[in-house]
Design a protein around this ligand. Structure first.
Ligand SMILES: [Fe+2]
Length: 136
């Protein structure tokens, strides 16, 4: 899959979340660039580290909002967050162990996950937030 482009279909209507989601698109695209331009394992692993770090920050923010809003699907959403973090960390481990072979699969998977998660799960959550509850 080529680089993924942000568009309005991914807007959940909460500015702070949209800004963070855009940043996630950017980091996933940095991963794409590292792979396509053959930047090497060290750079690619570095981008994956950045992705884990930023994703964890973003998830913590989102889960905080959900907790404050009393969002009933918080446990299920949180479980999805935990699972993807574990998956990215697993990819990082495999990248270190097996070299470059898996990186396109990883990128395709992450692109797909990010777009689906925002368009379906984050959208559902943001839709459940009371208007004006989140300061952007
Ligand atoms: Fe989420």
């Amino acid at each position: 899959m080529p680089a993924i482009a942000w568009s309005n279909e991914f807007s959940v209507g909460v500015e702070a979340l949209d800004t963070q989601h855009r940043r996630l698109f950017d980091v996933v695209n940095e991963l794409d660039e590292a792979i396509e331009k053959l930047r090497g394992q060290r750079v690619t692993t570095g981008v994956l580290r950045e992705l884990v770090g930023y994703t964890q920050e973003h998830f913590a923010f989102e889960e905080q909002l959900m907790a404050e809003a009393g969002y009933p699907d918080l446990p299920a959403h949180q479980a999805q967050h935990r699972a993807i973090i574990q998956k990215i960390e697993r990819f990082e481990y495999e990248l270190n162990g097996e070299g470059y072979r898996i990186s396109r699969e990883v990128r395709d998977f992450l692109q797909q996950w990010l777009m689906t998660h925002i368009a379906r799960d984050d959208m559902a959550f943001a839709g459940a937030l009371a208007p004006g509850k989140v300061k952007a």
